[in-house]
Design a protein around this ligand. Structure first.
Ligand code: COA
Ligand code: MG
Length: 291
């Protein structure tokens, strides 16, 4: 499963789905939540069920569905429509913590079994910062539920909850409360030992700004990014592509520790490297399949 670029597609738009599937995203997130009007939910579920069946085995991207939140009263119907072979997993919005992953998982269990799928085959990605309560429960994703594939975060719903008139500074960076949410998502994911995916970049006509923003995401430790428009996918994939320039040093660090298995810290070119550096170097080589 690759999680570098996950493109949202409103689940009531077959036209957008047709466009999205050849765009090079690692995954599509067919959305049953905020991008589908209340009156269209039933039709969107029906359309989606057909799309999942039809695309099974014929695609090189993962098929995710964002369901309506647990307190909406719609989650079960959403799951009943979409759980089946061909589905990669569920995006849970407005999650309040690890207990919500368990609750969702209990709803998935019988549907997954009835569909003849392996236990815990249906993965879950949580949008971890969309309620006020969620902000106080971020440690509860650890130890990770077997379905938990990643954490991501969102600023818009949290802004509405808090009453922020804006979540961006004049230069486009996050204001302090939303920097905190972003950082806590990153720490919560590391704590649960799952990857963190940075939130969407709303200005879909600014690929350069998105690229710069993705480089910051990558630097900070996020492994990918949500997208809302096909034009964003390429910029995201490029920004997160394994970097050839990092390879030589990564190889030297791994080799130095291989040659000195009793050392916990080594010096290379006058700089100190220890276990976190080794881990990072191994990650870089694994991403390039060079280990
Ligand atoms: N997936 C697939 N195709 C998309 C798309 C998406 N997310 N966003 C736009 N497109 C398509 C459009 O349908 C259009 O195709 P067409 O020329 O064949 O009609 C083309 O790309 C160009 O679209 P554009 O005119 O630039 O944008 P728009 O005004 O039609 O749409 C949005 C803007 C924001 C409504 C649209 O990008 C969108 O629906 N994004 C996803 C929203 C979503 O799911 N939100 C939930 C998570 S926050
Ligand atoms: Mg939302």
């Amino acid at each position: 499963m690759r999680l570098t670029s996950l493109l949202f597609v409103p689940a009531d738009s077959e036209r957008k789905f047709d466009k999205a599937r050849s765009i090079g995203a690692d995954g599509l997130i067919l959305d049953l939540e905020d991008s589908v009007a209340m009156g269209n939910k039933a039709a969107a579920r029906k359309l989606l069920a057909g799309l999942i069946k039809a695309s099974n085995g014929k695609r090189d991207w993962d098929f995710w569905v964002r369901v309506n939140p647990l307190d909406s009263g719609m989650t079960r119907q959403d799951l009943e429509a979409v759980i089946g072979s061909g589905l990669t997993g569920i995006i849970l919005p407005k999650s309040n913590g690890g207990q919500d992953v368990s609750m969702l998982s209990d709803m998935i269990d019988p549907l997954e079994q009835a569909a003849g799928m392996a236990k815990n085959q249906v993965k879950v990605i949580v949008v971890a910062t969309e309620t006020a309560a969620a902000m106080f429960n971020l440690a509860s994703y650890a130890p990770a539920h077997p379905r938990l594939a990643a954490l991501t975060w969102g600023a818009e719903d949290l802004s509405a909850v808090v009453g922020s008139s804006s979540n961006k500074e004049a230069d486009g960076t996050w204001t302090q409360p939303y920097q905190l949410a972003r950082s806590l998502c990153l720490f919560a994911a590391a704590n649960a030992e799952v990857p963190a995916i940075d939130t969407l970049y709303a200005d879909f006509r600014d690929p350069e700004g998105l690229g710069a923003s993705c480089r910051i995401s990558r630097r900070d430790g996020f492994i990918g990014r949500l997208a809302i428009h096909p034009a964003q996918v390429d910029a995201i994939n490029r920004a997160f592509a394994p970097n050839e320039e990092d390879l030589p040093l990564a190889r030297r660090i791994v080799a130095a520790f291989d040659e000195n298995p009793s050392l916990g810290t080594i010096g290379i070119d006058g700089k100190m490297y220890d276990m976190p550096h080794l881990k990072q170097a191994q990650r870089i080589l694994a991403a390039m399949d060079q280990e």
